[in-house]
Design a protein around this ligand. Structure first.
Ligand code: FE2
Ligand code: FE2
Length: 151
């Protein structure tokens, strides 16, 4: 197996998982305390689905099938919206912490993809991963500043 393609598939699944979880939390958090976070999660949901699309297109060019939905292994259980989410500050803070963790792991993964793409002299994949990395760094920065306001 090709390490770069495997990493790209891992990133594709992670983007889908994040998009789904951000959407789920966004709906669950609609309420007075969670309104801002809820709206921001919808923005990031849009970014992550766009990332998934760009990665899927790159895998297509690399002649790598993207697999089926069953291949997705959830990794960010902390982002599962709790039952009876109240949109109270504690729940909002839990969601913020979950997003921070997901963004940090995305950043780590894109750095790994950049390194592997360099090794394989695949400058197109490297540039794509650099673009996605910049977006994830921005997401992380935004949620870190939200956390400051909630603690
Ligand atoms: Fe993303
Ligand atoms: Fe992100």
């Amino acid at each position: 197996m090709d390490k770069l393609k495997d990493l790209l598939k891992e990133a594709l699944y992670a983007e889908y998982e994040s998009a789904y979880q951000y959407l789920a939390n966004s709906v669950a958090l609609e309420g007075i305390h969670g309104e801002i976070i809820s709206e921001e999660l919808v923005n990031e949901y849009n970014d992550e689905t766009q990332h998934a699309k760009l990665i899927a297109k790159r895998l297509e060019v690399l002649d790598e099938p993207i697999g089926s939905f069953e291949d997705i292994v959830p990794e960010h259980q902390m982002l599962n919206p709790p039952e009876n989410m109240t949109a109270e500050p504690d729940d909002v803070l839990n969601v913020i912490e979950g997003v921070i963790e997901a963004e940090e792991s995305a950043i780590e993964l894109y750095r790994e993809i950049i390194e592997e793409a360099k090794k394989q002299n695949d400058s197109t994949t490297r540039r794509l991963a650099e673009e996605l990395l910049a977006d994830e760094e921005q997401h992380l920065d935004e949620f870190k500043s939200y956390r400051e306001h909630y603690v």
